[in-house]
Design a protein around this ligand. Structure first.
Ligand SMILES: Nc1ncnc2c1ncn2[C@@H]1O[C@H](COP(=O)(O)OP(=O)(O)OP(=O)(O)O)[C@@H](O)[C@H]1O
Length: 315
């Protein structure tokens, strides 16, 4: 548990384990306590109560030892003024104990893997946010500790390099690191992590493999409709049973359905499109994002629309 001096309880009763070779994704709304948790594991924030072990070591009792075992990519941009990505990554690799030649080789490898060659020798002031973010990842990954913690590593990164980045994250685990990463990108996490922990207001709301969490989804399918004009979405007809509460915004409607309702739902959507009431529709399998929104909505309370994303239909 962590209670800051001003009384803010950032997390409480959180219990989680990350094993060697595993990538665990930490999801949760803004202020859920994710960064605090990472900083506690790294020994940067003292827990108010409870215990943490990094390969058997206590970050409170042995902070220096734990810091040697842990690599952290912080949420804030790395300070790169006057420093190039190559220099920054190589310096971190040296600090982590790699000899000069190995550090240089590993730096080149990481920068190439992230397709950063073009900017490898450009000073920090001239780098884009995404390149800085990737450089920070390189700094954590060049000579990784046994535990690697990444706080929102994919922010600002373009889709092509995000894919490269996820490959590198996977490789860290394949080399035996325990990887704990914070992300708001639920869809990418679904594809790339082994286990997910969902935090809400400092507590674990759900934990498990992607498949385990997905099995908690409401319905098997989701029918998505986009209205031709704002506010122009009709209600679901009575003969189509919804599997749970729909999500609605002014132009979009997402309806959870069981597979038995797929055929009538598609026929209804087709009729709406033929009549010009909707622009488009899609029937998609439910995913982790649906589970996440459901959990967040449950935790936030119906109608609070945490993050401005969830507005249960008042029908
Ligand atoms: N140094 C601090 N002093 C007091 N409160 C803090 C401090 N740092 C964080 N908090 C509070 O603790 C709670 C958890 O913050 P934290 O940064 O851990 O959340 P987070 O899940 O990482 O959020 P985000 O997704 O927005 O980065 C929030 O209410 C935050 O305002």
């Amino acid at each position: 548990m962590k209670c800051y001096r001003d009384g803010t309880r950032a997390n409480d009763g959180v219990s989680l384990h990350v094993g060697a070779g595993e990538v665990v994704g930490l999801l949760g709304h803004n202020g859920a306590g994710k960064t605090t948790l990472i900083n506690q594991v790294a020994g940067l924030v003292l827990p108010t109560s409870g215990s943490i072990r990094v390969d058997g070591c206590d970050p409170v009792a042995e902070p220096a030892r734990v810091r040697r075992m842990v690599s952290v990519m912080p949420q804030a941009h790395a300070p790169l003024a006057g420093v190039t990505p190559r220099q920054a990554v190589r310096t971190m690799a040296r600090i982590r104990g790699l000899d000069k030649r190995t550090a240089a080789a590993r730096t080149g490898e990481v920068l190439d893997a992230l397709d950063l060659g073009e900017w490898a020798d450009t000073v920090g002031e001239r780098l884009s946010g995404g390149v800085r973010r990737l450089t920070a990842f390189g700094m954590a990954a060049a000579g990784p500790g046994r535990v690697v913690m990444l706080d929102e590593p994919t922010n600002d990164v373009d889709p092509v390099r995000r894919r490269l980045l996820w490959e590198q994250i996977r490789q860290l685990a394949d080399r035996g690191c325990a990887v704990l990463l914070v992300t708001h990108n639920v869809i990418e996490a679904e594809r790339s992590v082994d286990r997910i922990v969902v935090l809400g207001s400092g507590r674990v709301l759900a934990e498990g493999t992607v498949a385990q969490l997905r099995s908690r989804a409401v319905g098997e399918l989701r029918l998505e409709l986009t209205a031709a004009s704002p506010g122009g979405l009709p209600d679901l007809p009575d003969h189509i049973p919804a599997a749970g509460p729909p999500l609605r915004s002014s132009r979009r409607l997402a309806l959870p359905l069981d597979s038995a309702a797929a055929a009538p739902a598609l026929a209804w959507a087709q009729r709406l499109r033929d009549a010009g009431e909707i622009d488009e529709f899609a029937l998609v399998p439910v995913g982790l994002e649906d589970v996440y929104l459901h959990l967040s909505g449950t935790e936030a309370g119906v109608g609070t629309g945490r993050g401005g994303r969830r507005e249960p239909l008042a029908a």
